[in-house]
Write a protein that binds this ligand. Structure first.
Ligand code: ZN
Length: 237
């Protein structure tokens, strides 16, 4: 076996291991976990009534159900690179479809947009050269361009925490985009829908939430939750 063959074989082996791990996990789930939650899955078999829609990054380190201790059926999750919400009308894609469905068909009362620390997408927005061979990612991340401009115009370039600030600004930008969707705008106006902007820190397990009134992100601790929802103009009786 020459060197190249050895390399290939080790790559194949590790790919096989990766899949085996996933399939064995499923078997363990079916054998050990599923029987304990059978009643829940029976209830969920024909209907869902999620507590919230959760829009976050595709990053494997963010596990919405785990960090919010949610059960199956609790969260309607949509994930993509950079937790992006394209503005209404620009792209009738998966995110816009999921938003419309969550609001109109499922009647969710909360939409959470959740960014995170060490986000590869945000790093790429700061350093677009890394995307030269990824035209699709590059095109997608133009929806985060607004956040980059806000940071560039308002924060000193010597800021050591540019990535952190950009990550927060991106969440604010995506909340703005979210409000351009007619279904969202209508239910916000009637006070039936609440929107939330979070940034989750992988290492410390902290979540900071956007407070639209002060324009700042504050830790979700005890006390009142920072709110990103604009005032309802047509509150329902
Ligand atoms: Zn990310």
């Amino acid at each position: 076996m020459d060197k190249q063959e050895q390399q290939n074989s080790s790559v194949t082996e590790s790919a096989e291991d990766a899949l085996r791990h996933i399939v064995e996990g499923f078997r363990r789930f079916r054998r050990d976990v599923f029987p304990q939650q059978q009643a829940l899955f029976k209830k969920l078999a024909h209907a869902q009534a999620p507590r919230a829609m959760f829009i976050t990054c595709a990053d494997s380190r963010i596990v919405p159900d785990l960090i919010t201790q949610s059960d199956p059926g609790d969260l309607f999750v949509t994930r993509n690179v950079g937790n992006v919400v394209p503005p209404y009308g620009q792209m009738m894609g998966g995110v816009s479809t999921a938003i419309e469905y969550a609001v109109m068909a499922l009647g969710v009362h909360h939409i959470i947009v959740c960014g995170h620390s060490d986000c590869g997408a945000m790093k790429a927005v700061l350093d677009p050269q890394t995307l030269e061979r990824m035209p699709t990612v590059k095109a997608w991340l133009r929806h985060a361009e607004v956040a980059k401009t806000v940071v560039a115009e308002n924060c000193g370039c010597a800021d050591h925490n540019t990535l952190e600030i950009l990550t927060e600004e991106n969440v604010v930008a995506q909340l703005d985009h979210l409000r351009t969707h007619p279904a969202v705008a209508a239910r916000l106006a009637s006070g039936q829908l609440f929107i939330h902007g979070w940034v989750y820190d992988i290492e410390t397990c902290a979540i900071r939430a956007y407070d639209a009134e002060t324009g700042e992100f504050r830790a979700i601790d005890e006390g009142p939750l920072p709110m990103a929802t604009p005032r309802a103009r047509y509150p329902q009786g």
